[in-house]
Design a protein. Structure first.
Length: 239
């Protein structure tokens, strides 16, 4: 009988679907900004209308409502001792501060958000609890989204589809420098696993990535790629 009860309990306890979680967040949302109120009332129905006029997004719920299918990836910025020596990468970074009462720990997380169709954003969050730091990082990343300019800039391809970038671009963050070059269709993402996260969520399928500096600092690496993707608008700024 005890085993049957356990099976029944496992069947009853199920994970809440993502759509229901999102709807629960939006039901509790009370807009604090004029832009949030316009989105909440239905006056603005597209994220592109906001990005086109350079409006500042101060509430993550704006992106949740306009882009319900947005995804997130956690960058492995933390580390701990592995079983066989070396460092094992973990999602959060732990820091300690000494007080009279003893050590106080704080957790930091770095998150990438995107819809795999040209929309991308990054954010960092810190909190006393690891779960709260990831939540903060996700919310901040949603307030920093922008539309990536994609295209087919490789002379070897010329298909005209949005599978790569339009031209070579560079980005910098801290000691890390990055060069992104357009690649022909079928090459894929020629980059490390962490760099692939931001490129995949941005909707880029083929690109060559060249890095310089201390790339083991994951936040600087992702920040440099984010800066390089933003610099695809450099010619529009000049004009």
């Amino acid at each position: 009988m005890a085993e049957e009860n356990k099976i029944e309990e496992k069947e009853v306890v199920k994970e809440i679907p993502v759509d229901e979680k999102l709807q629960a967040i939006l039901d509790k949302w009370k807009p604090k900004t004029s832009l949030g109120r316009k989105v909440f009332s239905g006056e603005i129905t597209s994220i592109d209308d906001i990005l086109k006029f350079g409006m500042r997004i101060s509430e993550s719920e704006i992106v949740d409502k306009l882009v319900p299918g947005i995804k997130s990836e956690i960058v492995l910025i933390g580390g701990r001792k592995g079983k066989g020596g070396g460092i094992e990468r973990i999602p959060v970074r732990t820091t300690a501060k000494m007080h009279r009462s003893g050590r106080r720990f704080k957790f930091s997380a770095f998150v990438i958000v995107g819809n795999e169709d040209g929309l991308i954003g990054i954010g960092k969050g810190s909190a006393v609890e690891a779960r709260d730091s990831i939540l903060k990082a996700t919310q901040r990343a949603k307030t920093r989204v922008f539309r990536v300019k994609r295209g087919c800039g490789s002379w070897e391809c010329g298909c005209g589809e949005n599978h790569s970038i339009q031209f070579k671009t560079k980005g910098k963050s801290g000691s890390v420098r990055v060069e992104l070059s357009p690649a022909p269709k079928g090459v894929g993402l020629v980059a490390d696993d962490e760099s692939k996260k931001i490129l995949r969520l941005a909707g880029i399928k083929d690109v060559w990535v060249k890095t310089f500096g201390n790339t083991s600092t994951r936040m600087n690496l992702i920040g440099a790629i984010y800066d390089a993707l933003k610099n695809l608008y450099i010619y529009e700024k000049i004009v």
